[in-house]
Design a protein around this ligand. Structure first.
Ligand code: NAD
Length: 495
């Protein structure tokens, strides 16, 4: 049974509620996850609150020492973490290692704690008056995370939050919880005091307890858009600061002058890597002009047909299974709807069966051409290995199409024309833009976040925006009078 981690200790849940955890490659149950009760979540919140004052008062350099150690241990244990991810998520070993590395980079960023928290100082803002500002921690903050990056997304949150002097409650996805517990153990091995990071597993009950808690000051959420919107509304209504990152439908525009081989290869990695279960996956290719579309599709078809699908321990596998049997059925259903609504299914991944893994949740890659913006496969986030080609007559039509979509997470343009690329970056209503880069996930010292219904709240996640999210500004104006006697002043103070 997978347990909570509260105050540095593994705590077995007494709630009586649990749910099975599966290996998506075999369909076998590999563990049981205890789902926390309201009281159990509140106990973790109390532990975080008890640890908060001492942690906020710990000198940043001392905190940085622990963060450096955490970073070192993450590097040493990356392989174990990647295996824990693949066992419950299904992604290939290399893909899981990549996720650990990108999460670790946020830890590296958080090692610069003393610099991140430095304020500003102005001397003589008035006669013998100095002013300085400081960013101070909020207290207890929380994170709620999705299944698709069980290591990286939590690492987007708590290293920055605890570096800023907060204590943290993490509620991971129920589907692949083991990597979170393993990393939390490594976190404590690095010397962080008990109560600084607490992991509570659970479902809606745990989430609602976090959202309603008067002790928790801020909530970071990453997951699907309906839940992101719910978390934002309920958390804000109870007076919290909330950043809630939601779903996506990422388009890649291919202009006629693009290197077609490069564009097709980029679409393969960005469309089918991790079985399409990435919020920055490209799920729509938008070739501009019929000739570009024909050339692109001609290159894509044999590549999609040749995709190597397999379990994580198959070194040749390029893509693993999807997360659950339900997800497999939902994706297959959406492919059916694409066919029924008139799209051309050029490669059909629905009937893939792998010898020895017949009960696994595998799907082959699917490729649609002649998709239109009215179809469900265009409007909805499929979150599976399905790429749709929507043909645009011209560049403006491609830009307008992307700007009209409800989601605004990522996008890319492939071209050799710098002028067009610059115009695209200016006009596109999307938070993260790639120019000849298909998955433009910002590095750890920038910040990650979409626009429109891909992010609810004012702050992107990690990097400088993360530091702002997990701190509040205080400005101190001070005078040390040496014999000044200016009497009471009733007018508004000026210099
Ligand atoms: P999800 O929304 O189902 O779950 C996310 C979290 O919310 C989980 O911890 C889950 O326990 C909790 N949750 C689920 N239903 C709830 C409910 N009714 N009430 C309260 N809490 C609830 O998302 P998922 O399926 O785990 O992850 C996939 C989704 O996450 C995709 O839509 C993907 O685009 C999105 N995602 C977005 C980003 C981003 O940065 N924008 C990154 C990764 C994933």
């Amino acid at each position: 049974m997978i347990s909570n981690l509260v105050n540095g200790l593994s705590v077995a849940s007494q709630s009586g509620n649990s749910q099975p955890v599966f290996n998506p490659a075999t369909g076998e149950q590999v563990d049981d996850l205890a789902l926390s009760s309201v009281d159990e979540v509140n106990q973790a919140i109390d532990a975080a609150a008890a640890a908060a004052p001492a942690w906020a008062a710990t000198p940043p350099l001392k905190r940085a020492g622990m963060m450096f150690k955490f970073n070192e241990l993450l590097g040493k244990r990356a392989d174990d973490i990647a295996r824990a991810i693949s066992r419950e998520h299904g992604k290939t070993h290399d893909d899981a290692l990549g996720e650990v590395q990108r999460g670790k980079e946020v830890v590296e960023y958080a090692c610069g704690i003393p610099s991140l928290l430095k304020g500003e100082f102005s001397r003589n803002v008035g006669p013998q008056i100095d002013s300085f500002s400081d960013r101070q921690p909020l207290g207890v903050v929380a994170g709620i995370t999705p299944f698709n990056f069980p290591a990286m997304v939590p690492l987007w949150m708590y290293p920055v939050a605890v570096a800023c002097g907060n204590t943290f409650i993490l509620k991971p996805s129920e589907r692949d919880p083991s990597a979170v517990n393993l990393i939390a153990e490594i976190f404590h091995e690095a010397g962080f005091p008990p109560g600084v990071l607490n992991v509570v597993h659970g479902d809606k009950t745990a989430v609602d307890t976090i959202l309603d808690s008067p002790i928790i000051q801020a909530v970071s959420f990453v997951g699907s858009t309906p839940i992101a919107e719910y978390v934002y509304q309920r958390g804000s209504a109870s007076g919290k600061r909330v950043q809630a990152l939601g779903g996506a439908k990422n388009h890649m525009v291919v202009l006629p002058d693009a290197d077609m081989q490069q564009a097709a290869e980029a679409l393969m990695g960005a469309g089918y890597g991790s079985a399409g279960e990435r919020c920055m996956a490209i799920s729509v290719a938008v070739p501009v002009g019929e000739k570009t579309a024909d050339q692109l599709v001609e290159k894509l078809v044999p590549m999609v047909e040749a995709l190597k699908v397999g379990p994580a321990d198959d070194a040749d596998a390029e893509m693993g299974p999807v997360i659950t049997r339900d997800a497999k059925e939902r994706i297959s259903g959406l492919i059916d709807s694409g066919v029924n609504q008139g799209a051309e299914l050029l490669v059909d991944g629905r009937s893939l069966s792998l010898q020895g893994y017949e009960n696994g949740y595998f799907l082959g890659g699917s490729l649609f051409d002649k998709v239109t913006t009215e179809m469900d496969i265009y409007k909805q986030e499929i979150f599976g290995p399905v790429l749709s080609v929507v043909r645009a007559n011209d560049y403006s039509e491609a830009v307008d199409m992307i700007n009209r979509h409800e989601y605004g997470n990522g996008t890319a343009i492939f071209t050799r024309d710098g002028d067009a690329a610059r115009d695209f970056a200016d006009r596109i209503q999307i938070g993260m833009v790639g120019v000849n880069v298909p998955i433009p996930v910002p590095v750890a010292y920038h910040s990650f976040g979409g626009w429109k219904r891909s992010l609810f709240g004012d702050h992107s996640i990690y990097g400088p925006e993360g530091v702002h999210f997990y701190t509040r500004l205080k400005t101190i104006t001070a005078r040390w009078p040496s014999g000044i006697k200016d009497g009471a002043a009733y007018a508004f103070p000026t210099t």
